[in-house]
Design a protein around this ligand. Structure first.
Ligand SMILES: C[S@@+](CC[C@H](N)C(=O)[O-])C[C@H]1O[C@@H](n2cnc3c(N)ncnc32)[C@H](O)[C@@H]1O
Length: 213
């Protein structure tokens, strides 16, 4: 498939199935306005994530990397009324902006923003395991540790979802530590005896593993 064909298909899906509403447009605009990195999920990726949450029937979800709350809004929208998203964010500015956006989206009662690094906060969440779904979208060097945590703390049939599986194409010619980390993460997920897994070719690649053992 040519690049042109890929872009046409992507635009077709985005236009028909993943149009941003006013809330998501506002969050994307505010991300830029706050001078934050504009690395929220693309609409097609976010829509897929939303559907994975719905499809899995998840009630309790953990996210690593809130940024301004864009993906978190999509997750929370797919949760039932008594569902809970805990999103972990290391930057105090990002955590504050994300909290404001969950409020703006009318989802504050479903979302808790935990300020801190994923590897520091996760041990505190272990006591409330098992969780239904974990979305990994920060800190490439620890993706393999987040996967190990998911293997131990997701329920059977729960799902681990991770963004940037293709890492901008760098997995095909890894140079940096983060490139190597993503190659290692993909290999580990593919070979993990507790997960049935694949990479969905949307955006930068969404890795998906369903816990089977
Ligand atoms: C790619 S962005 C997340 C985008 C967000 N999931 C979305 O699509 O709207 C990564 C975020 O993770 C945060 N981050 C980086 N390292 C982290 C860590 N070790 N633990 C938690 N958050 C981290 C960054 O500050 C940034 O806000």
């Amino acid at each position: 498939m040519s690049q042109n064909d890929w872009e046409r298909r992507n635009a077709y899906v985005k236009e028909r199935f993943a149009r941003e509403d006013d809330t998501l447009r506002h969050v994307r605009q505010q991300t830029a306005a706050h001078g934050m990195p504009q690395i929220s999920l693309e609409p097609n990726e976010a829509k897929l994530l939303q559907l994975l949450v719905r499809l899995s029937g998840a009630r309790r979800v953990i996210e690593i990397g809130a940024l301004a709350g864009y993906s978190g809004i999509c997750i929370a929208r797919a949760l039932p009324a008594d569902g809970q998203l805990i999103t972990i964010e290391v930057s105090s500015l990002h955590a504050k902006v994300a909290r404001a956006h969950f409020e703006y989206a009318g989802l504050a009662q479903k979302v808790t923003v935990r300020h801190g690094a994923g590897m520091d906060v996760l041990p505190k969440l272990a006591v409330d395991a098992p969780y239904d779904l974990m979305f990994i979208d920060a800190d490439k060097g620890n993706y393999h540790n987040y996967l190990a945590w998911a293997a131990d703390h997701l329920r059977l049939g729960g799902a681990v979802v991770a963004d940037n599986a293709f890492w901008g194409g760098n997995i095909f010619n890894p140079q940096t530590e983060d490139d190597q980390a993503m190659v290692a993460f993909n290999r580990r997920l593919a070979e993990h005896p507790q997960f049935d897994s694949t990479i969905i070719e949307v955006g930068d690649g969404i890795a998906l593993g369903v816990k089977i053992g």
